[in-house]
Ligand binder design. Structure first.
Ligand code: SF4
Ligand code: SF4
Length: 346
């Protein structure tokens, strides 16, 4: 795997060259905020962004997608998205989230639709330059990332260090002109930035190790915090919608007016929404808001770690839910710290 240095003007030319060849999605300004969008020119790219409005997961699990079409007597046809694309400027915590989704979408039932898109993507991660006001990735161990990406980009001032993490990354870097093998000085500059990020992306500080959270939650099921916080919850689901690790969806068949053909679609769902757990006969497993509020935070740091790895929390500390919640109750750190204060660490 290669590690090279490219100056910023050469990098801009490189990105413009790739845009001419394939679909490139990168981070662009949206007023005073940022989001991923298809790039038409490298000048639109903002690698100095703080956080994007939406995480990059929508390029792998779209908000609404058609899984298959069918016609009575003619069976069904799966619908796949086969477009290759480059995703440019993913922050490390969002890459950690994608790595989790990869595990979840392949562990029990292999999700071909999600994995086709993953296979078609070249992911370029960039180390954080401007921390967002609600980020707490340092507390969650996700301020830097070691795997999953095809290319890792670090802004070291007047140039970028580009490290390949895969064969796709090798071919991506091979297209760049005017690159040189990274010098020891460049690698040290990158190391310094990453070491600082591991500490400074911490605008909400967790009072325990992230790996302790599953144990903490084991003792907290009947804690009053769930009722207290849920009193002002609107059940709007915004905390689910902006989360890079929320992946729940609903599947629905839409029948055409000919009544013999139609399509099967899936669309994002959210565990905070009333009706998320409603089943036949109008029975609802988590009718109470407090139960739904508790479920999200249990899922993040107990249920998903139990499913994939005790060291991997399903909150990566991006801070998006903190900013998206109008009554200001969604911040996982505030809830977990309250539990640490009341229940202690042991
Ligand atoms: S729970 Fe909130 S802070 Fe954690 S990953 Fe999801 S949106 Fe980000
Ligand atoms: S916790 Fe906040 S963002 Fe989430 S559903 Fe309740 S009000 Fe909406």
């Amino acid at each position: 795997m290669k590690t090279v240095t490219i100056d910023k003007n050469a990098f801009r030319r490189f990105v413009d060259g790739i845009i001419k060849q394939q679909r490139v999605i990168g981070v662009c300004a949206k007023g005073d905020r940022f989001d991923f969008e298809q790039l038409e020119s490298a000048d639109q790219l903002r690698l100095d962004y703080d956080v994007t409005l939406q995480p990059p997961k929508k390029y792998f699990l779209p908000p609404v997608e058609t899984l298959l079409t069918y016609e009575v007597g003619d069976g069904y046809k799966s619908v796949y998205d086969d477009t290759e694309f480059v995703l440019l400027g993913v922050h490390p915590y969002d890459m950690v989230a994608l790595n989790q989704l990869d595990k979840l979408f392949t562990q029990d039932n292999f999700d071909t639709h999600y994995m086709k898109r993953r296979h078609n993507a070249t992911i370029v991660v960039c180390d954080v330059i401007s921390p967002s006001k609600n980020v707490f990735a340092s507390s969650m161990g996700t301020a830097t990332v070691k795997d999953g990406f095809d290319v890792l980009l670090t802004d070291i001032g007047n140039a970028f260090v580009m490290e390949s993490g895969s064969k796709k990354g090798d071919s991506f870097i091979a297209k760049a002109q005017d690159v040189v093998d990274s010098s020891e000085k460049d690698l040290q500059a990158r190391h310094k930035i990453q070491a600082e990020n591991e500490k400074r992306l911490n605008n909400h500080k967790l009072k325990c190790e992230a790996s302790y959270l599953p144990k903490l939650l084991e003792k907290a099921y009947d804690h009053p915090v769930w009722e207290e916080k849920a009193k002002t919850c609107f059940s709007c689901g915004s905390c689910n919608l902006v989360c890079p690790t929320c992946y729940c969806f609903n599947v629905q068949d839409d029948v055409n007016w000919d009544f013999i053909s139609g399509k099967r679609q899936r669309a994002w769902d959210g565990c905070l929404l009333d009706g998320f757990t409603k089943v036949a006969g109008e029975h609802e497993f988590r009718k109470k808001r407090a139960d739904r509020f508790r479920h999200r935070l249990y899922r993040k740091c107990k249920y998903v770690p139990e499913k994939i790895s005790s060291q991997i929390m399903s909150c990566v500390g991006c801070g998006r839910c903190v900013g998206a919640c109008l009554p200001d109750i969604a911040n996982p750190v505030k809830v977990y710290n309250r539990l640490v204060d009341d229940l202690g660490i042991k």
